[in-house]
Design a protein around this ligand. Structure first.
Ligand code: SF4
Length: 438
């Protein structure tokens, strides 16, 4: 890019789905000849990609907009919070434009209005796969947008609308390009991965000369051909999830399922408007583990949901004990502006919520430590993320980037990020493993 290229600052907040949006916008900006700069004072305008999931995220987004306005003055807002433009306008009437999630055309329109497109863009300099914000060796693969559920604590469907699945051939071609550009791990994301294709009636497309339906099992089958790690996020325990377990057992895709259970009490799940029957869920988990003993299950839970009684919280702890999940994240319930759950009676007092969260995490920490301890002495294949004088940081099939644990390799100085290595596990704690090269 030349010194005369218009310069854009970019602030990317929120979840992996927002990150994918950021990558698309950055790719388009670069393709049109804009220069991306890391400092407010060097930018001619700033784009803030916001998150609106929980109140803390809303506040973080508003603070980021305020900071960008203060430091730069020309600010374009996009992302989930953009759906609540009145809130943003009230706080910051001077923002140049507000657009919602995946509204790339409007973001680019606002950029063109603020900073006319430079001539003769160096389109060829943009890699085939676009600009990625994740390290080169892993990438998020977004398969759909929106959600057909209406969980009472969530406002994503009102912001992003109903499920819209990307055609399977398009997703597989994108995955192929990513692998060609050096990606070694694909992280499949959506709002509900198990619902992939419902909206297009599982439309059939061709890829590499063979028919594939737009559905999760066929997607896994196709991705399993690419010879890289494939990790599934945001899966619901529907019966057809059983069909991908054999692909995991055969080593085609990683034996890893990220399933946000959120609770285990049938009454609370009903209040949350979550799909699924928790008794059958436990049976299903046991059956999956019989078919694929190395399966890692990650989940998230909400404690202190309105109306949660002591007995229902104990039910949740019992579920944890029975399900023996490998990786668990938990939040104390916090109301989200505009969510139906705010109308529910009997909010749990803050202090009690925090107590429950602490107890929950203690129970899970023990389970997690016990499960990791069982890995001592085993040889694992890991993917190296970082290397320095102290060794290497890597992840095993059980560790998704950013949310799970790590494998520290004390003698891994000679390894290279993005390469696979074989290691022997020597020690463990509640989250991480310590290993040596095999
Ligand atoms: S499944 Fe529920 S929590 Fe997830 S995006 Fe859909 S409505 Fe929100």
């Amino acid at each position: 890019m030349s010194a005369r290229s218009p310069k854009i600052g970019f602030v990317s907040l929120g979840c992996p789905k927002a990150l994918v949006d950021s990558e698309r916008i950055l790719t388009q900006l670069q393709a049109e000849g804009y220069d991306i700069v890391p400092r407010y004072d060097k930018a001619n305008a700033v784009i803030v990609n916001t998150c609106g999931f929980i109140d803390a995220a809303v506040q973080e987004s508003l603070d980021a907009i305020g900071e960008a306005l203060h430091e730069n003055g020309k600010v374009i807002v996009t992302g989930c919070l953009g759906k609540r433009d009145a809130l943003i306008r009230e706080a910051y009437p001077d923002v140049l434009a507000i657009t919602g999630p995946q509204d790339y055309a409007s973001v680019m329109g606002a950029v063109h209005a603020a900073l006319p497109k430079p001539h003769d863009p160096f389109v060829d300099l943009v890699p085939d796969t676009g600009v990625k914000l994740t390290p080169r060796h892993y990438a998020y693969l977004k398969i759909s947008e929106g959600c057909n559920h209406r969980c009472s604590f969530c406002i994503i469907p009102s912001m992003r609308g109903n499920l819209v699945s990307r055609p399977i051939d398009e997703v597989l071609v994108e995955a192929e390009k990513l692998v060609r550009s050096g990606v070694r791990e694909l992280l499949v994301i959506s709002q509900d991965t198990s619902a992939y294709g419902v909206d297009v009636k599982y439309a059939e497309r061709a890829w590499r000369g063979k028919p594939y339906q737009t559905r999760m099992t066929d997607l896994c089958r196709g991705l399993g051909e690419l010879g890289v790690w494939v990790r599934l996020h945001y899966v619901y325990p529907y019966p057809h999830v059983d069909d991908v377990i054999p692909l995991m057992a055969e080593g085609k895709i990683l034996p890893y399922l990220d399933i946000p259970f959120q609770h285990a009490s049938p009454r609370i799940l009903k209040l949350m408007k979550r799909p699924g029957n928790i008794d059958r869920t436990l049976d299903r988990i046991h059956a999956w583990r019989r078919a694929c003993p190395d399966l890692t299950i990650r989940s998230t839970f909400i404690v202190g949901f309105p109306g949660e009684t002591d007995a229902e919280f104990e039910e949740l702890l019992d579920f944890l004990g029975e399900a023996q999940l490998d990786r668990v994240g938990a939040f104390a319930y916090s109301p989200v502006g505009g969510a139906k759950a705010n109308e529910l009676p009997d909010p749990v007092p803050e202090e009690l919520k925090e107590d429950r969260l602490e107890r929950f995490m203690q129970v899970q920490a023990k389970i997690s430590a016990g499960k990791l301890k069982k890995k001592i002495g085993r040889t694992l294949t890991v993917l190296v993320d970082e290397v320095d004088d102290e060794g290497a940081l890597a992840r095993s099939p059980a560790d998704a980037p950013e949310i799970d644990g790590m494998v520290r390799i004390a003698d891994g100085q000679s390894l290279k990020p993005g390469h696979f290595a074989e290691v022997v596990v020597e020690a463990s704690d509640e989250h991480d493993l310590l290993a040596r090269l095999a």
